[in-house]
Write a protein that binds this ligand. Structure first.
Ligand code: APR
Length: 254
């Protein structure tokens, strides 16, 4: 732990944090894998692929509408808040997330009094609060924000062409946005790389841990359980992010 704290005491340290569903667990957002994970009760291939949406868009939207309502009732927890504070404190801080819940962005807005931009939170898998036109109609932007919790009809309609809209998330089998992957990849050029609350089995996210290590970073994992990355990192801290990140923050501020 001291090796990490010493590195984080430098305000110009180049720090990158990669987060997964576990960082939002203490806020009440379910993770995907594990005992109570979403993939225990729901099948990704019927809910989180373009084929599933093409087959049954209403079913897919019902699942996303349920998740939107659930997330809307959740607040950022101390882990999100520490990371938002670090984005203010450190000159060279990068946050990459696989989460679509928007809780990093909320914590960032609370800490900085401004909205998070694409370089403040690098969102690998999109946002559950964005939608796009399923047909990709020429008049609609690539994605737009829509925080509706109770849609008049499911699937909701594109205001530009009247076709269906889809959730603004990256589904299994889809390609991540190349510029977002490039930003994340650039962020692996760092001195400290901390992976928080991810099972580290979904790529390309999981590969960034190895990339950071190859780039010479001191790599750290924060997770209550062992993961695919545990044995590859320099320091594995066992516990919840909502406790360990504030602990680390207190130590670097002491
Ligand atoms: N603090 C930190 N980590 C936690 C906590 C906590 N309080 N609670 C659980 N975890 C850990 C679990 O031990 C697990 O390793 O969070 C991890 C969650 O893993 P997943 O559910 O697999 O989530 P994630 O790694 O983000 O999944 C990657 O897969 O299907 C998807 O697209 C979805 O972005 C997601 C991707």
């Amino acid at each position: 732990m001291q090796a990490l704290v010493d590195r984080l005491r430098r305000p110009d340290a180049r720090i990158t944090v990669l987060t997964g569903a576990g960082v939002s667990a203490a806020s009440g957002v379910p993770t995907f894998r594990g005992a109570d994970g979403l993939w225990k009760n729901f099948r990704p291939e019927t809910l989180a692929t373009a084929e599933a949406f093409g087959r049954d868009p209403k079913l897919v939207w019902e699942w996303y509408a349920w998740r939107r309502s659930l997330i809307a009732a959740c607040d950022p927890n101390p882990a999100h808040r520490v990371l938002a504070e670090w984005s203010r404190r450190f000159e060279n801080f990068r946050l990459i997330t696989q989460n679509v819940d928007g809780l990093h962005e909320s914590a960032f807005a609370e800490a900085t009094a401004r909205q998070a931009g694409p370089s403040d939170v690098i969102r690998l898998h999109g946002s559950i609060w964005e939608v796009s036109c399923w047909q990709g109609c020429a008049k609609s932007p690539a994605r737009w924000r829509d925080e509706t919790l109770s849609f008049a009809e499911l699937p909701p309609r594109c205001p530009h062409c009247g076709g269906m809209v889809r959730p603004g998330v990256v589904w299994f089998g889809e390609t991540l946005e190349p510029d977002v992957v490039q930003q994340a990849s650039d962020a692996t050029e760092c001195e400290v790389f901390i992976t928080v609350g991810t099972s580290a089995i979904v790529y390309p996210a999981a590969g960034f841990i190895t990339a950071a290590r190859q780039n010479g970073a001191f790599t750290v994992e924060i997770n209550p359980e062992a993961t695919a990355a545990t044995h590859t990192v320099d320091l594995a801290l066992t516990g919840g992010a909502e406790k360990l990140l504030p602990d680390i923050d207190r130590q670097i501020s002491a």
